[in-house]
Design a protein around this ligand. Structure first.
Ligand SMILES: [Zn+2]
Length: 256
């Protein structure tokens, strides 16, 4: 990671800035930079490149941090501990009625969202049995969709010049109080946050922490459900039949 949190301020600093302020001795714990995501202390790793100054890395045996998962997807494969199928059906119905609002919220979180990416996220939600979390409310869905998969530049929609609308690789996590989706409902002192991060699009494979360009945290709220905006007719035409097929709810055809 090229920038980490200052040891005791909220600024992000480079290794060069850290050395300028604290010198080259990183042995004093209170002078270690912190990971902006999990707030754990970081060490400075030397770079193998001749003129590079090094980068920040998690300490050996450090605790959970969403960025440390090799796949970049820290919550996959951890299914609900106390599934509630009846509740799942209710949330699915709410989603099927309000899918346009969910699409627009996800679009806000992940710019350049392609309708096929939206379908992939919904399919993954099914695979991960997201609907079955007993405390799930429909406003959680787009935030969870954002964390279920990576959103590379190359899978975004193309604008009228034929260019990908999303220039960077997007990846989202919840704050580090969440190690699995069940943790979304634990008691916490701070409000639940989603972190949107964007990376340089690598030539191949997935981006590494050193490809991280920037990120910012935002609150998880239900405000988007009050929006009266509608999707463009083109996107509605592409997605409405799929939603009807995927969520066969009586009367749904008339309402979409
Ligand atoms: Zn971390």
């Amino acid at each position: 990671m090229h920038k980490a949190l200052h040891p005791y301020q909220e600024d992000r600093i480079t290794v060069a800035q850290h050395i300028a302020e604290f010198g080259k001795s990183f042995a004093i714990d209170r002078e270690r930079a912190r990971c902006p995501f999990c707030k754990q202390q970081m060490s400075v790793r030397a770079s193998s490149a001749p003129n590079a100054i090094g980068h920040f890395a998690h300490m050996p045996n450090s605790g959970f941090c969403p960025t440390k998962e090799a796949s970049g997807m820290p919550y996959l494969g951890k299914h609900p501990k106390n599934p509630d199928i009846h509740h799942a059906n209710q949330v699915k119905q709410e989603f099927a009625l309000n899918w346009q609002k969910h699409f627009m919220k996800l679009y806000e979180l992940v710019p350049g969202l392609h309708y096929e990416e939206f379908k992939s996220a919904v399919r993954l939600a099914n695979k991960e049995r997201i609907w079955e979390y007993a405390n799930l409310e429909q406003y959680h869905l787009p935030y969870i969709f954002a964390t279920l998969m990576d959103y590379p530049s190359t899978s975004s929609y193309k604008n009228n010049k034929g260019e990908h609308a999303r220039k960077c690789w997007f990846r989202c996590w919840f704050d580090s109080s969440v190690q699995c989706y069940d943790d979304l409902w634990i008691q916490r002192r701070e409000p639940l946050m989603l972190i949107r991060a964007w990376y340089r699009q690598p030539l191949q494979g997935k981006p590494k922490l050193d490809d991280l360009l920037d990120f910012y945290p935002l609150s998880v709220t239900d405000e988007f459900l009050q929006s009266e905006r509608q999707l463009t007719p083109v996107v509605i035409k592409l997605l409405a039949p799929w939603i009807q097929q995927y969520f066969p709810i009586p009367g749904n055809a008339e309402r979409i």
